[in-house]
Design a protein around this ligand. Structure first.
Ligand code: GLN
Length: 482
């Protein structure tokens, strides 16, 4: 009975009131999730489970609940993506090169959820160094989609999405550089939020492309994503780029929005690779919003064809610099064939990194090299500026922009991994907000005829997660309550 109950929670306030009245205990939750993690081990979502430690913390936190001293996330059982440091625990970024590496300090996001009494249940599989859109670049293998195990989970936060989709934990933390929270959330039918760039500290999170990376929540409801964001967001002296903009209590501000002005990008619906069922899905969402009295108008975004190229030039450039630190000397893996400094670097990196990571380091090194810098890196920076200005301009006239989160539903495992260009195009609708640094969320948008989940992306104004979450919450309920 308790297990049916646990499965049904999608609003943390409901779970918390049952914890207070003793209908469920934190121990029940841990037993439930660890049993499910074992039952669904073949999904490959978890790389490690911290069962004993979680049970210990359960006792402490249960006591705090009894005493009335528990934090905001007391009883929330969270999985973390394997690129987020948790002191004393292994963290590999799903790469061979970091196998066996133990975090020497905790990421600020981890400190913050622990301070509010969340329990971290384990670490979650992802694409190697968060580079990928299907979780297939992970050294530990792909994550299977719980809706159809032949399909990919999406990526790079595949483990974080499937863990929530399959009830292996209550919610998860993930990171998003160009869609890694939103795209797997869409493929798995859950909610995924990428905050405004600089809203959340990156301290202790493995750097991929530092001017893009953001941590955010994956959850079953917008309410829960809002609650987690309010805990993890805010200025951090350890991350000089983190913003000192005040953090509202997002979860308390999910008020029913007045009539909104919404834009949709015309080009996204005429995009060549767009699945016809997704197109119809978005069109029917537009009609639904109009029927509710919102204005939804097409706008033109002439840079859609350039976003993927711009994103891949800039992120690979940043990655080539960020990944220079994995040299066989400081961290993790060192080749057995190391003879001197140069062979240590060469052999350790050749053996330690997977193909996709190597491809990106080479691409990034190329676009930054003398003679090509102006043609690629510097030009891409200018295009980034144009994209940002255009999106900001649209958001001066409108409250939100909506787009499909992905051009296709989850594809078959093995189907796209051999063609990087095809794989990169999976990011076409998510990288725009990343280039512009804007907050964006993917909410579930029903299923296609094969029963695969679809996602709808809502992009908001810079640092206005309050409005973005309130609207997405309302919209999500419009879809699920009817
Ligand atoms: N699929 C994109 C990439 O491969 C996004 C990854 C991410 O957001 N970390 O870069």
């Amino acid at each position: 009975m308790v297990t049916e109950k646990i499965k049904s929670y999608s609003r943390f306030s409901d779970l918390q009131s049952d914890l207070k009245s003793g209908i469920v205990t934190i121990e029940d939750l841990i037993h439930y999730y660890t049993a499910r993690i074992k039952e669904y081990q073949h999904l490959n979502a978890f790389l490690e489970v911290f069962e004993e430690e979680a049970l210990k913390r359960a006792v402490e936190i249960q006591e705090k609940i009894t005493n009335g001293t528990a934090g905001k996330l007391a009883g929330m059982i969270i999985g973390i993506k394997d690129n987020i440091s948790y002191k004393g625990h292994e963290m590999t970024a799903s790469s061979k090169i970091l196998k066996g590496y133990q975090a020497v300090y905790s990421a600020t996001v981890v400190e913050r959820i622990l301070a509010e009494d969340a329990i971290i249940i384990g670490r979650l599989n992802c694409d190697e160094f968060a580079m990928g859109a299907s979780n297939e670049t992970s050294y530990f293998g792909p994550v299977k989609n719980f809706a159809d195990e032949r399909k990919v989970s999406g990526g790079s936060s595949g483990g974080s999405a499937v863990a929530v989709q399959a009830n292996l934990c209550y919610a998860s933390l993930a990171s998003d550089t160009g869609g890694s929270i939103r795209q797997p959330a869409a493929f798995c039918g859950v909610v995924g939020l990428k905050p405004t760039y600089a809203r959340v500290s990156r301290y202790g999170v493995v750097a991929y492309a530092s001017s893009f990376d953001q941590v955010g929540p994956i959850a079953k409801s917008v309410e829960d994503a809002a609650l987690i964001l309010e805990v993890i967001a805010g200025r951090d002296p350890h991350d000089a780029t983190s913003s000192s903009e005040e953090v509202p209590a997002y979860s308390q501000k999910l008020v029913h929005p007045k009539k909104q002005k919404i834009a949709y990008i015309k080009e996204t619906l005429h995009s060549e690779g767009l699945d016809p069922e997704i197109k119809n899905n978005v069109l029917s969402q537009i009609e639904k919003l109009r029927a509710e009295g919102h204005s939804v108008e097409p706008v033109s975004f002439e840079y859609l064809d350039y976003v993927v190229a711009t994103y891949y030039i800039l992120t690979t450039a940043e990655a080539s610099s960020n990944l220079a630190r994995y040299d066989g000397v400081h961290y993790g893996y060192r080749s057995n064939e190391s003879k001197d400094l140069i062979s240590t670097y060469k052999k350790s990196r050749s053996e330690g990194f997977g193909d996709e990571v190597k491809r990106r380091i080479m691409l990034g090194t190329f676009v930054l090299s003398a003679g090509y810098y102006d043609a690629y890196y510097s030009r891409a920076q200018k295009v980034r500026r144009l994209i940002k200005e255009k999106m900001d301009k649209i958001l001066e006239d409108f409250d939100f922009i909506i787009t499909p989160t992905t051009p296709t539903p989850a594809f078959n495992i093995g189907e796209q991994i051999t063609d990087p260009v095809v794989m990169y195009l999976a990011d076409i609708f998510t990288v725009g907000a990343s280039l512009a640094g804007l907050p964006a969320i993917s909410i579930p948008s029903g299923k296609n005829s094969e029963g695969l989940p679809l996602g709808l992306q809502v992009i908001g104004k810079r640092f206005n997660e309050t409005a973005l979450l309130a609207f997405s919450n309302y919209f999500n309920h419009l879809n699920t309550d009817s």
